[in-house]
Design a binder for this molecule. Structure first.
Ligand SMILES: NC(=O)c1ccc[n+]([C@@H]2O[C@H](COP(=O)([O-])OP(=O)(O)OC[C@H]3O[C@@H](n4cnc5c(N)ncnc54)[C@H](OP(=O)(O)O)[C@@H]3O)[C@@H](O)[C@H]2O)c1
Length: 303
């Protein structure tokens, strides 16, 4: 196997017929990738069928499907749970990407590794650029950085995509929780000192679909444009939903959590924008999501 085989199947790389393998395909991002990549040949796996922390399982699915691109949406995303279960977190978030990178490198397969804004310490009010120095401050973020590190050091055909504050239809997410609490209690208390980019997962999926056609490997920041505090996010959700509830601003230290979130941790999309991959403003994406998904589902009584 050559060290740098540009593409396993160059004929298919720029067409509508890529073979794509998604791992973590039952999660928010995995499902959105399925909805988006309809013009490709897509197959997906998740736990318990395939654990990406298990090298033999990764090799088996690679050999079975011979993909052109692997999109890793699998992760241990329970941020507070990572404090107690760092071993589990590292298995999914560090070792999993390592196994995928080794297998992809052996067969010249492109790899998309989804990472997080939390690799940064959260000290930059103007938001982090792709080239800024990483310094994770909690166990989840450390495991995600390990995943990035492993992919970069073991493979060359990678796209590392950092994103932030994902939300999706039907899932447990901040929007859903705020709407439920507002209706239940008629008031909210929300933190002001946690800032990032709320990101509609379908927008992320559309950008990744664009990215994998480019073969412009590297590190990307793909969140909806602009950032806000959790407090501002909640206020915008209430405004869009037409709910007039008082929201009390509080600080993170008034809200006990096992993990410490990085406070000012927005991400700026410089690299994607330079190759024509732009993401819309978070407020526009949120209004679209609420209109087409969350509030529509509310009216029909579904979640
Ligand atoms: N959600 C956010 O706000 C956010 C923000 C920034 C970055 N990200 C990153 O974005 C990516 C997608 O996140 P998401 O919100 O779509 O996550 P998600 O909804 O929690 O989905 C992750 C999926 O991966 C599966 N999984 C966990 N460990 C696995 C393993 N060892 N092998 C195979 N599958 C495994 C999970 O299964 P179980 O449910 O059974 O565990 C789940 O189905 C992740 O890399 C995450 O770190 C997310």
């Amino acid at each position: 196997m050559s060290g740098y085989n540009y593409a396993k199947n160059p004929e298919s790389m720029f067409g509508n017929d890529m073979r794509i393998l998604i791992v973590g395909d039952k999660g928010q991002a995995g499902q959105a990738m399925h909805r988006t990549l309809t013009s490709h040949d897509v197959v997906g796996y998740d736990l318990p069928e395939v654990d990406i922390g298990e090298p033999a399982a990764v090799v088996r699915i690679m050999e079975q499907h011979e993909p052109d691109v692997v999109i890793n949406c699998a992760a241990y995303t329970n941020v507070d749970g990572c404090v107690e279960n760092f071993g589990l977190a590292y298995r999914a978030n560090g070792l999993g990407p390592q196994n995928l990178a080794v297998a992809c490198a052996a067969h010249g397969i492109d790899l998309v590794q989804i990472s997080s804004n939390e690799v940064f310490p959260g000290e930059k009010a103007e938001g982090y650029d792709e080239w800024d120095t990483v310094r994770p401050i909690n166990p989840y973020a450390k495991s995600k950085l390990a995943g990035e590190f492993n992919v970069r050091s073991l493979h060359r055909q990678y796209y590392i995509v950092r994103t932030s504050w994902l939300y999706a239809a039907g899932g447990k997410n901040f929007i859903h929780t705020m709407l439920r609490l507002a209706r239940q209690y008629g008031k909210l208390r929300v933190v002001t000192d946690e800032v990032s980019n709320p990101t509609y997962v379908d927008d992320l999926a559309a950008s990744i679909a664009q990215l994998i056609e480019t073969r412009q490997y590297g590190t990307y920041h793909l969140g909806n444009a602009g950032f806000c505090s959790r407090f501002e996010f909640a206020a915008e959700i209430m405004r869009c939903a037409g709910l007039d509830v008082p929201i009390t601003p509080i600080l993170g230290n008034e809200f006990k959590r096992a993990s410490t979130p990085p406070p000012y941790c927005g991400i700026n999309n410089n690299v994607g924008a330079a190759i024509g991959i732009e993401m819309r403003d978070w407020r526009v994406a949120l209004a679209d999501f609420l209109e087409t998904q969350e509030l529509k589902n509310d009216q029909t009584g579904h979640q």
